[in-house]
Design a protein around this ligand. Structure first.
Ligand code: CA
Length: 220
């Protein structure tokens, strides 16, 4: 028994997956195709996708936002959890990676729920704010370039309704947030953001040791 988070051995992680993961065939195929890419580590862990899908259902979210699509696994997990008339606005800059994403969104029958915007995400988010979309989203997932995380977070917070949730990926950054390499600028950005979130009284907060660290920030 332990009242601190367990260190996951390979065997325990396998057990966790074997006893909780419920991936569809399409999700498995998307993960397999992505695993062959040089940037495969940019894909979220499958149990993380399932957890975010559960959050989306728990909240009854209808309008979701994603910053950083890559090959579309997290968007697929979230879109599947949205109701039929729900919508996920997904931001990315890569045509190559999102072409893979679209193929699997089609195969899963959720493509009609996903509005993919191929442009720098700050431009897309700022356009949403100019269009008066403040407070109109229920859920946001940020998993993109780390130097812009704070800027994405600030915009996502404005776009969420009170009680809306923003999830930020990689907030433990492979453990390097506690042992920063001076050459690792991303570790510095994430440390600064984690410090800010800890003090941020606009949100309720939880930093989960799930995958590479997942921060949940619930807008007050
Ligand atoms: Ca990530």
């Amino acid at each position: 028994m332990s009242n601190r988070t367990l260190e996951l051995t390979d065997a325990l992680y396998e057990y966790l997956l074997d006893h909780s993961l419920r991936e569809t065939e399409v999700m498995r195929m998307l993960r397999a195709e992505t695993a062959r890419l040089p940037n495969a580590k940019m894909q979220i862990a499958p149990e993380q996708g399932q957890f975010m899908a559960l959050l989306v259902r728990l909240m009854g979210a209808r309008r979701a936002l994603e910053v950083g699509v890559f090959t579309g696994y997290s968007a697929l997990a979230v879109a599947q959890a949205l109701p039929e008339d729900g919508a996920l606005l997904a931001c990315d800059v890569s045509e190559t990676y999102t072409a893979i994403a679209r193929k699997y969104w089609d195969a899963a029958g959720v493509a009609q729920k996903i509005d993919l915007r191929l442009a720098p995400a700050l431009e897309t988010l700022d356009a949403l704010l100019r269009d008066g979309r403040d407070g109109s989203f229920d859920f946001a997932f940020i998993d993109a370039d780390k130097p812009n995380y704070d800027a994405y977070y600030e915009r996502a917070l404005r776009l969420l309704r009170p009680g809306g949730l923003v999830c930020l990926d990689n907030t433990l950054w492979g453990g390097k947030v506690v042992d920063p390499d001076p050459d690792d600028a991303n570790a510095r950005y994430l440390r600064a953001l984690n410090d800010k979130l800890h003090r941020d009284d606009r949100i309720d907060l939880s930093l989960l040791p799930l995958a590479d660290g997942l921060t949940l920030a619930l807008k007050r």
